[in-house]
Design a protein around this ligand. Structure first.
Ligand code: HEC
Length: 148
């Protein structure tokens, strides 16, 4: 085994203990499920913002709180070695070619999700709408670059 092989092996050992994923497939499954539950919360808020269902400030604030918490969850599932694109994922290789940008987007997204949670707790519908739209722009921005 050369130096590169030894380094990769060391990386995968430390990542396994650090992230508690057994393998890349588990990491892909983990991030997809996290994104999916996050989307469930976002969709309810979207229906209220669009007026498809009646606005309920209490329910909105609950969804916004869960959404903000969930906005932090998926990203660790992208950093497991070997969790790069395969048949089981829509993640594009560009993520790992532009890792710093991807991480920055994920952080900005969490900030905007937190701002939405705060607006929802404060209860002003105009502010809530603006914060929702700001959060929504993160989805499209990142998907356009990094999702198939
Ligand atoms: C920082 C980048 C980024 C942001 C921000 C982001 N996504 Fe994604 N999303 C991805 C990537 C990459 C995938 C593909 C993951 C995969 O298939 O492994 C994805 C996949 C998904 C999926 C499919 C999950 C599945 O079951 O396969 C849903 C749903 C989703 N995103 C919803 C959202 C919503 C809603 C938002 C905003 C509120 C959002 N995402 C914000 C990068 C992002």
């Amino acid at each position: 085994m050369g130096l590169v092989g030894a380094t990769l092996l060391a990386m995968s050992f430390s990542a396994t203990s650090q992230h508690a994923f057994n393998n890349a497939d588990k990491a892909v499954e983990y991030r997809q499920k996290a994104l999916s539950i996050m989307q469930n919360n976002f969709a309810v808020m979207g229906d209220m913002v669009k007026g498809d269902i009646e606005f309920d400030g209490v329910i909105f604030a609950e969804r916004a709180t869960d959404f903000a918490a969930l906005s932090a969850i998926p990203w660790i599932g992208f950093s497991q070695p070997g969790a790069q694109p395969g048949n089981n994922t829509d993640a594009l290789p560009a993520i790992w070619d532009n890792w710093d940008d991807f991480v920055e987007r994920a952080e900005q997204f969490q900030n905007d999700a937190k701002a939405l949670q705060e607006a929802a707790a404060a209860g002003d519908q105009g502010d809530i709408r603006k914060a929702f739209m700001a959060a929504a722009r993160n989805c499209k921005g990142c998907h356009d670059q990094y999702k198939d």
